[in-house]
Design a protein. Structure first.
Length: 191
């Protein structure tokens, strides 16, 4: 979150501003980590809101996922880069190992997570507390999912699409286009 220490005092119009003081005391880098297999409109909403809250937001794909993904990390990276292109303070990366170690290596002090429903809470709480135990200096910040997207998950998007359902409005159009070429493999393997 932005810290605007020198602006804590209320100034009136006409007040002299001391330009020798730095305007901003510290900048904050946040990491939004996940599988993003594939990115959904729920993820995108969180990225957009995170980009407004933090000076820099790194969207990072977990590499050493145990379950077999539909899209390779490189493909997910390409899709993410395309959809976040309009946000100048958002970058896309990937990581393996502990998320908090990766965050520290990227000089990030915040882990951004979304909560869709109460069913997300327990898993998120466990992760946040474990991450805090590992590196107390890194805070997890939760945003409530936009109600329009609170029922969307990557798993459901893949399932609905593979069974012939309409996913317009659930994931960016480029995801739908890529899934069209990939879904035979997905349906076959039951990912
Ligand atoms: O969106 P997802 O797929 O639920 O994201 C899960 C993710 C990537 C945030 C989590 O699995 C993770 O942080 N993995 C990295 C390994 C790690 O740090 N494990 C300890 C977390 S408490």
């Amino acid at each position: 979150m932005r810290r605007w220490g020198v602006f804590a005092r209320i100034s009136k119009p006409g007040d002299k501003v001391n330009t020798s003081q730095p305007r901003k005391i510290a900048s904050t880098t946040a990491i939004y980590a996940g599988s993003f297999d594939p990115i959904t409109n729920g993820h995108l909403d969180l990225i957009q809101r995170g980009s407004r809250l933090f000076d820099r937001l790194i969207v990072s794909i977990l590499r050493n996922e145990r379950k077999e993904p539909l899209f390779a990390v490189e493909e997910r990276t390409e899709m993410l880069r395309e959809v976040v292109g309009e946000y100048p303070n958002v970058e896309v990366d990937s990581f393996d190992g502990l998320l908090v170690d990766y965050a520290a290596a990227r000089s990030a002090t915040v882990l951004l997570r979304g909560i869709r429903a109460i069913s997300d809470y327990e898993y998120e709480l466990q992760m946040a507390l474990m991450n805090r135990r590992l590196r107390p200096e890194i805070e997890t910040v939760f945003l409530m999912a936009n109600e329009a997207y609170s029922f969307i998950s990557s798993r459901l998007v893949k399932e609905v699409f593979s069974l012939g359902g309409d996913i317009a409005g659930l994931a960016p159009p480029l995801v739908e286009a890529r899934m069209r070429g990939r879904i035979a493999k997905f349906a076959h393997k039951g990912a």
